[in-house]
Design a protein around this ligand. Structure first.
Ligand code: BT5
Length: 252
């Protein structure tokens, strides 16, 4: 037994030694599962990032997907990315590490990525049937387990703390925190969560370059809309809202 402190999240857990992607499995079973069901694996052979990118998932990390059925309009599904990022950042900060969130989905320590989040939703007309919240946390891997091309921008909790971390306790703490944030998400105006998110994000105020599948937008990140879109003020002083993209901080 996992000894979970949650009532909803992790009530049912599908545990695997090895999968292609926990998000893919979660999406396959989501329709017939209750909200809160978890898919978790020791290793992912085809871990996915956003926009077809890969997520390196060797032994020692936490690779999991949470099935949620918040019944919100599809345009609000991306809010859950912020909810999950906030929960991960809070839990890592409780370990005395200075975790910050880079819009939209990276949790980083000293500028290095320790966690990524992949939110996938299915909607009927406008209301979501389910949201699969995929969360990858680099816990006990050695940096050499991360391919050289990604290593410079990545870190693990073990590398930051200089010790091995008990993954089960971390998972318990994280699920508890995520459940708290999810309850707030469902019961409070989203501005409350957004304020907490903004306090932990280091994106606002930065000069950024955001790449979307269709174009590149450069400017200063000046805010986040209630749906989690990044607001960029461009050189010509016009503003643009970007719902999804890869954000790179310009050197300053
Ligand atoms: C993400 O995408 O950050 C979302 C990652 C979500 C992973 C979870 S694990 C459980 C669930 N099942 C899945 O298949 N996925 C989810 P994105 O923002 O696109 O970032 C991807 C980029 O991060 C890659 O192109 C690399 O540069 C970098 N990267 C890949 N693996 C990494 C790792 N383990 N640690 C740090 N950076 C990594």
């Amino acid at each position: 037994q996992m000894g979970l402190k949650t009532t909803l999240l992790g009530k049912k857990i599908h545990y695997f030694e090895e999968v292609t992607s926990t998000n893919s499995i979660a999406k396959e079973i989501a329709a017939s599962e209750e909200e809160g069901t978890l898919v978790i694996a020791e290793v992912q052979k085809g871990g996915r990032g956003r926009l077809g990118r890969e997520w390196i998932s060797p032994h020692g990390g936490i690779w999991m997907s949470v099935i949620l059925k918040p019944g919100v309009p599809l345009r609000h599904a991306s809010r859950l990315t912020l909810v999950a990022g906030l929960a991960v950042a809070n839990v890592i900060r409780n370990m005395d590490l200075d975790a910050r969130i880079k819009w939209p989905n990276d949790v980083r320590i000293n500028g290095k990525k320790v966690c990524g989040i992949l939110t996938e939703a299915k909607a009927e007309v406008d209301k979501v049937d389910y949201v699969v919240l995929g969360i990858g946390i680099n816990v006990n891997m050695d940096l050499k387990d991360i391919p050289e091309s990604f290593r410079a921008g990545s870190t693990t909790l073990k590398a930051e703390l200089g010790r091995h971390i008990k993954r089960v306790s971390l998972l318990q703490d994280f699920l508890f925190e995520l459940e708290q944030q999810y309850i707030l998400f469902k019961t409070q105006p989203f501005s409350h969560i957004l304020n907490d998110w903004l306090a932990l994000s280091d994106t606002i105020g930065r000069d950024v370059k955001v790449t979307t599948p269709s174009r590149i937008i450069e400017g200063k990140a000046v805010g986040v809309t209630p749906d989690g879109a990044l607001v960029i003020r461009k050189a010509d002083d016009t503003r643009e809202e970007i719902i999804a993209g890869r954000c790179i901080y310009a050197r300053s």
